[in-house]
Design a protein around this ligand. Structure first.
Ligand SMILES: O=C(CO)COP(=O)(O)O
Length: 137
């Protein structure tokens, strides 16, 4: 599965703790991230992370483009709901596309943990069906 990890600045420590806590699950998947989040996750866990641009410089849009190709399977986006972001339209577009393509999306730590447990139990296999249908098309 391809998993996107994104965290606003005040949520980055939480993202690092999350990635460390679920490293045993995440290591079996392909990780993608916005620039700074990806760097922090990579440094903390040693896991390979494909890093896009930083969020304010277009990283959310790059991940959005993968979602629009139905090429991203899960998004963990630890948003900071208490701080205005200069690139709010990009953030909203990413959340909207996740809904358009029915991509499992967690926007806080509690939901992110539920997604990790579902992943561990193999409850995300339906995404592989979607990929195989896409390949047949
Ligand atoms: O701003 C972000 C998401 O909207 C996150 O970007 P960075 O991971 O580059 O800080």
């Amino acid at each position: 599965m391809k998993i996107a990890l994104i965290a606003h600045d005040k949520k980055k420590p939480e993202m690092v703790e999350f990635a460390l806590a679920y490293k045993s699950v995440l290591k079996n998947h392909e990780l993608y991230a916005t620039g700074t989040t990806g760097l922090k996750v990579k440094e903390a866990t040693g896991l390979p992370v494909h890093r896009f641009q930083s969020g304010p410089l277009g990283g959310d849009q790059q991940i959005g483009a993968m979602i629009a190709s139905n090429d991203m399977d899960m998004v963990v986006f630890l948003r900071d709901p208490l701080t205005a972001q200069p690139h709010e339209p990009d953030v909203n577009a990413l959340l909207r596309l996740s809904d358009v393509y029915r991509i499992p999306l967690a926007t806080n730590l509690a939901s992110a943990e539920l997604l990790m447990h579902a992943l561990k139990r193999g409850e995300m296999h339906w995404r592989e069906l979607i990929h195989s249908r896409k390949d047949d098309a």
